[in-house]
Design a protein around this ligand. Structure first.
Ligand code: SF4
Ligand code: SF4
Length: 438
């Protein structure tokens, strides 16, 4: 019985229907969207977590939640050397991939294109050559224009807050948003913020990818590290006949390039949209696309083999690796030797009648969190000096002064002594000095 059923089932013709992109063909779109969102989140998390920001109130940089002083040169220089080396390697290997996959300007411009098409129709493109956007008749309604304007203004107001996070702690930015009086906020901040809102609004309403194509200085900087081997889009010219009556990849490219003819120093941002477009088109016919990413020599003929390309790229890293190693060592040393507090002692005055000698003890906290320290003096008899206070509390970074008075009853002679500061979290600072009593 079962063999009869099997025979019947196997006689039914089965047709396999494609589900979009051919299995195995890369789809860059969703991966790119994920990277773009993660990068935007990082842009907010970096200052909020204290990883890096500027502290204008105290005129300092903040790295890893620590206030950076000139004496912490190794930490900040090592960090910059490491970052710069990593970026040079990225530009050499992947070219302007940062623009397509992470740059917030491009992410905002793509979002603005998406919103415009959604509310005004597929052909409603912003053009700087004076042509009005072609708005679909069915969508040319006042409500759609209002919604578009409202979404652009909301996005501009939201994104204009991000630069503030790099100059103020989150609680101060919150005071700014809620109009709460806060002495740490600069008086002109609402004006500065309004200017930022206007710039972003202009960018997403009009400029969009024109900025990327014609005005971005950062792109020019990235170009200076590109070579013929850098990641680029290649076109399978041997199948050029398949492109007859098709320019889908060209219309997909929001940078307005012809992906079949990319060059070393063109505006391509390696987003991969054209590759996805051709792949999805060809997948319907059970074939693969004519475009793909490639690392290697830009020759009209064959590509060099993987080993040659790898050697060529590795040879370029030869000079960046020592810098990356140097930066890592400097950064590690900076972190290891970082002093979260600073102790200094200075002679203040001696009365003419030599009644008392006073020292100013200055103690600074470089951490943006509460701290408690205790002061002591070693090497002097306890009855021969007084401290204006021996306990110091900090709410956040700051500096406090304590007066050390050495009483006149101290015996004649040289008196070496040490001012010691101990924090609750285990830091100990010592300042050696000496006093000569005639
Ligand atoms: S989408 Fe593919 S087939 Fe169409 S023009 Fe571009 S490369 Fe040719
Ligand atoms: S050519 Fe392709 S990869 Fe380059 S920007 Fe245009 S769509 Fe993106």
């Amino acid at each position: 019985m079962s063999s009869v059923i099997n025979k019947t089932l196997s006689s039914i013709p089965v047709k396999v229907v494609g589900t979009g992109a051919k299995k195995g063909a890369p789809n860059f779109r969703w991966k790119r969207r994920t990277v773009q969102i993660v990068f935007l989140l990082l842009l907010v998390l970096i200052p909020v977590s204290g990883l890096f920001r500027i502290d204008p109130e105290n005129g300092a940089l903040v790295v890893l939640g620590w206030q950076i002083w000139f004496s912490d040169f190794f930490l900040v220089s090592g960090l910059w050397i490491m970052l710069a080396s990593g970026l040079v390697v990225l530009y050499s290997v992947a070219g302007t991939v940062f623009c397509g996959w992470a740059c917030p300007q491009n992410s905002l411009a793509e979002w603005a294109n998406h919103m415009t098409r959604r509310l005004l129709g597929k052909r409603a493109e912003v053009s700087l050559n004076g042509e009005a956007p072609i708005v679909s008749a069915g969508k040319n309604k006042i409500i759609n224009w209002i919604l578009l304007g409202f979404s652009f203004l909301s996005a501009s107001m939201l994104f204009a807050l991000v630069p503030l996070l790099y100059f103020y702690p989150p609680e101060v930015v919150w005071s700014f948003i809620t109009f709460r009086p806060d002495s740490r906020l600069a008086g002109s901040l609402y004006w500065i913020y309004s200017v930022w809102v206007m710039i972003i609004l202009l960018d997403i309403s009009v400029l969009r990818h024109f900025w990327c194509r014609f005005a971005c200085v950062y792109k020019v900087w990235q170009h200076s590290f590109k070579t013929r081997e850098t990641l680029h889009v290649v076109y399978d010219a041997s199948r050029a006949s398949e492109c007859e009556k098709c320019n889908y990849c060209v219309t997909t490219c929001f940078i307005k390039l012809d992906p079949r003819k990319t060059e070393i120093y063109d505006s391509c941002i390696n987003c991969g949209d054209c590759i996805d477009a051709c792949n999805s088109l060809k997948a319907k016919k059970g074939s693969t696309g004519l475009l793909r990413f490639e690392l290697g020599q830009r020759e009209s003929g064959k590509l060099r083999n993987f080993r040659d390309n790898s050697m060529s790229l590795l040879s370029r890293f030869g000079w960046t690796m020592p810098f990356a190693a140097l930066g890592s060592v400097m950064f590690a040393w900076g972190v290891w030797s970082y002093q979260p507090y600073h102790l200094a002692v200075g002679y203040m005055s001696a009365n003419h009648n030599q009644s008392a000698r006073k020292y100013r003890v200055e103690i600074s906290s470089k951490r943006y969190r509460p701290a408690e320290l205790k002061l002591a003096v070693e090497g002097l008899p306890q009855n021969d000096y007084t401290l204006s206070t021996s306990k110091i509390d900090f709410n956040t970074v700051g500096r406090q002064s304590v007066t050390l008075s050495i009483l006149p009853k101290l015996q004649h002679g040289l008196h070496p002594f040490v001012v010691v500061a101990r924090s609750k979290d285990g830091w100990i600072g010592r300042f050696d000095t000496q006093l000569f009593v005639e």
